[in-house]
Ligand binder design. Sequence first.
Ligand code: F2R
Ligand code: MG
Ligand code: MG
Ligand code: MG
Length: 361
Amino acid sequence: SVANLVNRFRGCLVGGLIGDCLGSPFEGDNPISRSVLYNFVTKQLEESPKTVQTFPYTDDTAMTKSICESFIQLKQFDAKDMAKRFTLEYIRDPKRGYGGNVIDVFAALNHTHFEEPYSPARLQFNGSGSYGNGGAMRTNPVALFGYHLPIDELIELSGNCAKITHSNRNGYNGAILQCLAVREALNTIPSQTDHSFDVNSYLNRLIEKMQTIETKSYEKVSIGSKATFNDVSETPFTDKLNKIKTIFESESKVSELSGEMVAHILGNDVSALKSVPSAIYSVLRSQKAIENFDTTNPFVRTLYFSLSLGGDTDTIGSMACSIAGALYGYEVIPNILQKHCEDIHLIVKYADDLYNNVSKN
Ligand code: F2R
Ligand code: MG
Ligand code: MG
Ligand code: MG
């Protein structure tokens, strides 16, 4: 078993909250101004500020909270309960920056009394389903609740939690990849002295799993409709992960890429395909110094680099920082960053509740 697992659970959910709260002021900035980002992050890290500004969380955390609450209260997965919590939370507090189309799923779920929790999502975008990153942005608690599950069951669970709103294979496979990235992070032990770990073997484990998952889901989706998929890769996430490997290999010979360049290569938008791999890259990049931002803290490096991609900063920041928190642990996260976040104490409590649930069995 992994030492300090409770700190990794906390690190995961707290990291996700910090990335959302501190990333959301820049959502849509493409590119993000380097000086604005530098001044912002520097200010939030100030040790004894006169006043601590609290940043509100967005839909990413609102939906993450609903997943936590469903698992904590029911101690099992119930798609209907989860669909109901997403919807009632949206109705209670709609101005959290939800995706433009997912709100139609909530309306249809409510209208049909959650009887068929997967049906409304299947009708989105003329039946092709959403490929947005809304399934991936909220999947962190699934990796925690499912910590002891065999890998195939965790894959199925994270896919099902995503399919309540995201039925496109790139939507739910993105959620599965983010969930696996957290799972692998929880099980990776970085060096106590310099936080280093084997980046290549971490990537290889993700590549191996995604290759199988994507090949399987391609076969399933493409039955009878091969023509529709002729022009796209069967394994788009696997391809992106291999691209990350290539970037790392070239960076070991020449200099590191800028956030803008990485956004250009891996993406920085609201689709899962153009955000989940970017978040994973940002975590792996935290092993190296960040140009023009002097810190040795790998969590702060992850935050800084993930926001420097611009675009969907709250979501890429949240996904990256939750993986980093699961990997490096809660103790690495500066306390002052936590103080800037709405509902930080509740998120810590949810992490502890999910830990207590898995430590019992
Ligand atoms: N909604 C936002 N941000 C918009 C505001 C940004 C900023 N304030 C600005 O000024 O620019 N953020 C939140 O949405 C993302 C998660 O979205 P989710 O839950 O996946 O929603 P949805 O509606 O299903 O998908 C989002 C958009 O993706 C496009 N799309 C998805 N599937 C498609 C398909 N099959 N065909 C065509 N387009 C598809 C659509 O444009 C959807 O509206 C997170 O960033 C969260 O923070
Ligand atoms: Mg958001
Ligand atoms: Mg919106
Ligand atoms: Mg976003």
